[in-house]
Structure formats: C-alpha cells, structure tokens
Design a protein around this ligand. Structure first.
Ligand code: BT5
Length: 239
C-alpha cells in the first residue's frame, strides 16, 4: 500500500481519476485541503479546515467490472464505524452508507468506477471525515445536521485517524472481494438506524414510501410499500 500526501487538491477523487492509469492498486491519496470536494449527484463536500480527513483509495481488483464493487461504499461505512467505536462512540449507518453519530452526519463516502470501453481501470473510494471543526462551521452546512469528532469529545490528529482507517480497511478487504456484501452484512445490520421504520426514499426525481423490512445479500434496501408490494432499492437517499 502506498500513500500520496498532497498539500491541496480540488478533490482527491479527481486526482485519483486523472492519474488512474499510473496509480498502483491500493494507493491512498490524502490531501490536507480540498478546494472542490464532491458528494453524490453533484453535491458538494465542504472542507472544514486542515484538521479534517480527505482521502481516496485507488483499487484495481481486476480488469473487469464485478457487481459487488459498488458495495465498497457500504464496506467502508462499516470500517469507519469500527474505527469510531475504538474511540468509545456509537456510530450508526443510514442506508446506503451515511455514518451518523446521534443522528448527525460525521462523514461522507463517494465511490466511482473508471472504465475504458469494457475494461475496468480502477475503483476510487473517497471519504471525508470531520475530525476537527467548530460548531459554527458545522452549523453552516446546508440541509444536514453535522458533527465532528472533536465536537463529540474525541481529539485525534488527522494522520493517526487515517492510519487506523486505512489499516482497518485493508484488514478485511480481501474477504470483501471474495464474498461481497455478505462478508459485512451482519456488521452492517448491527449498526443500522433505519430498519423497521417508515421511510421516504428519494431516487432521482421519484419518491418511494414504505416500511424498511430488510437489507438483502446485495446490500439493497427492501421496502414494503402501502399496497403490500416490495421495492428493492439499490440507490437512493433516505430523507
Ligand atoms: C457524500 O455525498 O456524503 C460523499 C462525500 C465524499 C467526500 C469525499 S472527501 C474525499 C473525496 N474527494 C471528493 O471530492 N469527495 C470524497 P452525499 O451523500 O451526496 O452528501 C453530500 C451532502 O453532505 C451535502 O449536500 C451536504 O448537505 C452535506 N455535507 C457537505 N459537506 C459536509 C461535511 N463536511 N460534513 C457533513 N456533511 C457535509
């Protein structure tokens, strides 16, 4: 595993994407500052200052796409929970991969697949974790209730947190490649905050309502709708 440390970049995912052909499997790109961090669907990831984590992992598990690869975001959400638990916190996962502390968002995960024709050039798994922020700065983030590790009473420097996260990520990564979501299903379900609740899920411009009945072996959310049908969702945002 190799770590590339950058003082500043627009987005560690962009850096990884632009350089994907020359970056080796299991390379970690870590930037102290990120000027144009991205979330899903063109949303922004806000840089709350130098003491926070912005990193992307480049993975090249094979030359062809495998349907388990998108589950890497759920895999990383479990990895992050395990690391946060070592600091005495009780993180929870909101499907598919939001990690929350007491309902407040502490991290964001964005994974991207880079293809060239039918060939997989690599997967890029980006993560931002709020480690050191002020209450005013987190309050200024639109649409979400946000927290950071220091605001939860835990003080940690970004390098040691990154080391713990990367080590935990690679501890069970080979098992994940073999068995996909099944390898983390129990750990994922044990930390969920959405099952057996009435949910509204936004899927692009559509809205689904229903009772969250389960998560299947592919990591999809099973909703029981009012007309007693089942919806199996692979993407979406729980509102
Ligand atoms: C995410 O998107 O949560 C994925 C964010 C991934 C960021 C990392 S940082 C390293 C790597 N390089 C990148 O360019 N990206 C990755 P999404 O689920 O779409 O949520 C985005 C929403 O989270 C925003 O619309 C805000 O409401 C909220 N948000 C923005 N910045 C935040 C922050 N620092 N902490 C908590 N919430 C934030």
């Amino acid at each position: 595993m190799k770590i590339i440390g950058l003082e500043e970049t627009d987005s560690t995912n962009n850096y990884a994407k632009i350089n994907i052909e020359t970056l080796a499997d299991r390379t970690v790109i870590h930037a102290k500052r990120q000027t144009s961090g991205r979330g899903r669907l063109n949303r922004k990831w806000i840089d709350l200052g130098e003491g926070n984590l912005f990193m992307s992992v480049v993975l090249k598990p094979s030359d062809t796409f495998n349907e388990i690869y998108p589950n890497i975001t759920q895999y990383l959400s479990v990895v992050l929970c395990k690391v946060l638990e070592t600091y005495g916190l009780k993180p929870q996962i909101k499907w598919p991969n939001d990690v929350l502390i007491d309902g407040k968002k502490i991290a964001g995960i964005l994974s991207e697949t880079v293809m060239q024709g039918g060939k997989l050039l690599g997967l890029i798994v980006g993560i931002g974790v709020n480690l050191n922020a002020t209450q005013n700065d987190v309050n200024a983030i639109p649409d979400k209730i946000v927290t950071s590790l220091n605001l939860e009473g835990v003080n940690v420097d970004v390098e040691s947190f990154r080391t713990s996260l990367v080590n935990e990520f690679f501890n069970n990564y080979d098992q994940f490649l073999e068995n996909g979501f099944s390898s983390i299903k129990e750990d994922y379900i044990n930390r969920n905050c959405f099952l057996n609740k009435e949910l509204k899920v936004q899927i692009f411009n559509n809205m689904e309502h229903g009772m969250a009945k389960g998560v299947n072996d592919n990591g999809a959310l099973i909703l029981q709708t009012e007309d007693n049908n089942e919806s199996v969702l692979t993407i979406g945002d729980i509102l």
